[in-house]
Design a protein around this ligand. Structure first.
Ligand code: SAH
Length: 343
């Protein structure tokens, strides 16, 4: 079975040609898929015989909504999404002043091993296809009835470990005949695969690059993020600087504050040095303690932010949404794997 959500309009044309169907059907099917329609039966402008023929060899979404958890504290909704092979991923719908944002997963599990992160505890199961990433947006758009205006690739998985599929997803979701979300409204977050950042810089995209820094010297960063042993901070910053220079886009560093680990004045000094002269913003995230590890939240989040700002580094504290629904990715899927409900 092929998943038609993986296809560009041109690939759909070829597929349909193989079935002896005219080209214009491709645009119709592409448009249905991007509206979040998940069965051929709902594609009412296709003949019944074509719908039957398609359903013999193809699927439409590759995924379905399994459960949803609306927050009682804000408008955040966490979705558990089941892929056709039974794997489960998480996506989150968030409401901001400027519209609705979906936080999408790019892999089932994650190979990167960051110490504080729930998504990586069971390792990588598999990478998502472009259509499986897309379906998170279209399913949530259709389910909520809201127009999704922004996407953050900050769910489960490491987007740059699934480079080709993530890139194709960006082109699919950006297509004018589809969901049509502008590249400037898409953010991609990486733990720091520097060689892939170099490759991404060459793609000519308008997306926002976010890098999970979380440590401002190699010793600390290597302890919490194993990726730092492959690409240390100097190597990573070289790629970040080259990316900003090549794309002209401001980039974002994510920095999860862990009490007593990376929230000292020395860390502030190091962050100031690292980001000197770079067009960037630091997004401070109060670490969300996971039960498998003993990391504690920092009591210095505001102070840390103010000190950075005073030293000329643009910084904000990320608003915490959906705290009551384990909206930080990875936590809900894990509790599901263990067969217990988290809330
Ligand atoms: N793999 C990508 C994207 C996924 S995670 C990356 O590493 O950037 C999105 C962000 O949440 C990353 O900055 C990640 O480091 C952070 N994160 C993961 N677990 C967290 C936790 N328990 N508390 C705070 N931030 C966390």
């Amino acid at each position: 079975m092929v998943n038609l959500a993986d296809f560009t309009p041109e690939e759909l044309e070829n597929y349909l040609a193989g079935l002896g169907e005219p080209k214009f059907r491709a645009k119709q099917i592409f448009s249905w898929i991007h509206k979040g329609v998940c069965s051929f039966d709902e594609m009412t402008n296709l003949s019944k015989s074509l719908r039957e023929k398609l359903s013999e060899s193809a699927s439409v979404c590759g995924a379905k909504i399994l459960e949803k958890y609306p927050s009682k504290l804000d408008e955040t909704v966490k979705y558990l999404i089941e892929l056709d092979d039974g794997n489960i991923i998480e996506s989150v719908l968030m409401s901001y002043k400027h519209g609705f944002t979906v936080c999408a997963s790019t892999e089932v599990g994650c190979p990167m091993g960051c110490r504080f992160c729930a998504s990586t505890l069971g390792g990588l199961v598999r990478r998502l296809s472009p259509g499986e990433i897309l379906s998170q947006i279209t399913l949530i758009g259709a389910d909520s009835g809201e127009k999704i205006s922004n996407i953050v690739l900050m769910g489960i998985g490491e987007p740059l470990d699934n480079y080709g599929n993530v890139l194709k997803f960006i082109h699919l979701v950006n297509h004018p005949d589809g969901v049509n979300i502008g590249q400037r409204h898409i953010s991609l977050s990486t733990c720091g695969l520097a060689d892939k950042i170099d490759a991404l810089a060459e793609e000519n995209l308008g997306i926002t690059l976010c890098v999970s820094l979380h440590g401002a010297d190699d010793k600390k960063r290597s302890e919490i993020m194993p990726v730092n042993r492959t690409y240390n901070i100097e190597r990573l910053m070289k790629s970040c600087r080259a990316y900003v220079k090549k794309t002209g886009r401001r980039m974002i560093f994510e920095y999860s504050l862990i009490g007593g680990v990376n929230d000292t004045d020395e860390d502030i000094d190091n962050l100031v040095k690292l980001t000197h002269g770079l067009i960037c913003h630091i997004n401070l995230i109060p670490v969300n303690p996971i039960k498998e590890r003993d990391f504690k939240s920092s009591r210095r989040v505001r102070e840390f932010c103010e000190k950075l700002e005073r030293r000329g580094v643009s910084a904000t504290v990320r608003r915490e949404l959906g705290r009551d629904i384990s909206a930080s990715c990875g936590q809900l899927r894990r509790s599901k794997l263990k067969g217990c409900d988290s809330e």
